[in-house]
Write a protein that binds this ligand. Structure first.
Ligand code: PMV
Length: 313
């Protein structure tokens, strides 16, 4: 019998960029994210004679997934599997498909192979595939921090139901993966030490903003974290420039909206898409403004969603 799990991408409001040395794929800095509901990865696993992977219906080889399965098998009894995964959104275009992908895969394998993992253990397993995947095990606001580096739920999705508008400015896969990019920034950016030195204080400030549902503080901290991360990328040698022209114009549009009284702020990950976070009553206005920015190909809207789970059969 096949087993199917679903998971949603998450967007970090406090970013991690850079990994610790050693095994386990542990981030160098804490992070805090929101899990989305409208974007979904659905992954089915089934016993097979040899591993086989299909992504969005096509048979593929994926070195990261193959490496991760080999790593998981060092600790868990996981037999050969036919894995079929489908995203209802563009893959590898800066929409965190690796977060939902590894969260869904860890959840499906845990159930299918009877590993009996706790949420924390499943989060640690997902993290070994992709750091951000540790957070997609949970819904709503989720923290990922020392000492365990397992996703911890901070606030349920309906406790502060924010909305997210994604402006897609380019849909091809990114040229430099986040793993390579992080390693490059860690070894070449002169600002990396300052980034890690401030990380714990930034994390505490953001947790307090979330606990108080303080939108203005959250907006200020999230934009600062995003732009600090991009400053690391830009100051790497050679530089990592994930933005397009339209990315900058979207950032400007969101700042103008905020100056006009709209509660919205923007964040950008290792890609050219802009994610505007706002209160639900402002989502239509934010989406209309971003649609108008030259170079925006399309927009998506989402609320906050739940964690990774096995699908009902
Ligand atoms: O863990 P990865 O490889 O999915 O990298 C995540 C990198 C960022 O999205 C830019 C930051 C974050 O905290 O999610």
């Amino acid at each position: 019998m096949p087993t199917t799990a679903i998971a949603h991408p998450n967007i970090a409001l406090l970013k991690y960029w850079g990994k610790q040395d050693g095994p386990g794929n542990r981030p160098a800095t804490p992070s805090l994210s929101i899990t989305l509901d409208a974007l979904t990865t659905t992954t089915t696993v089934e016993d097979a004679d040899a591993d086989a992977l299909r992504l969005d219906g096509r048979p593929v080889r994926d070195a990261k997934i193959e490496r991760t399965l080999a790593d998981w098998r060092r600790d868990y009894a996981i037999g050969p599997l036919a894995i079929s995964s489908h995203n209802n959104f563009p893959t590898a275009a800066g929409l965190a498909s690796s977060a939902s992908g590894f969260a869904a895969l860890a959840t499906a394998i845990d159930a299918h192979c009877g590993l009996g993992l706790s949420d924390g253990e499943r989060s640690a397993l997902a993290r070994r595939g992709s750091g951000s995947a540790a957070r997609s095990i949970h819904g709503g606001f989720v923290a990922l921090a020392a000492p365990d580096w397992r996703g911890e739920p901070v606030l349920a999705p309906d406790a502060w139901p924010l909305a997210v508008v994604v402006a897609i400015t380019a849909s091809e896969p990114k040229a430099v993966s986040s793993t390579e990019g992080m390693d490059h920034s860690k070894t070449t950016s002169p600002y990396f030490a300052a980034w890690t030195a401030a990380a714990d204080a930034d994390f505490e400030a953001m947790k307090a903003a979330v606990a108080h549902r303080d939108f203005d503080a959250l907006a200020e901290l999230a934009e600062a974290s995003c732009l600090k991360m991009h400053a690391l990328m830009l100051s790497s040698r050679p530089p990592l420039i994930y933005w397009r022209g339209a990315t900058v114009e979207c950032l400007r549009a969101v700042r103008e909206l905020r100056a006009g009284g709209c509660r919205a702020f923007a964040t950008v990950d290792a890609g050219p898409q802009v994610k505007a976070v706002c209160e639900p009553q402002d989502a239509e206005r934010v989406e209309a403004a971003l649609k108008n920015v030259p170079g925006v190909v399309s927009t998506l809207r989402s609320g906050l969603g739940g964690g990774a789970r096995v699908a009902d059969s």
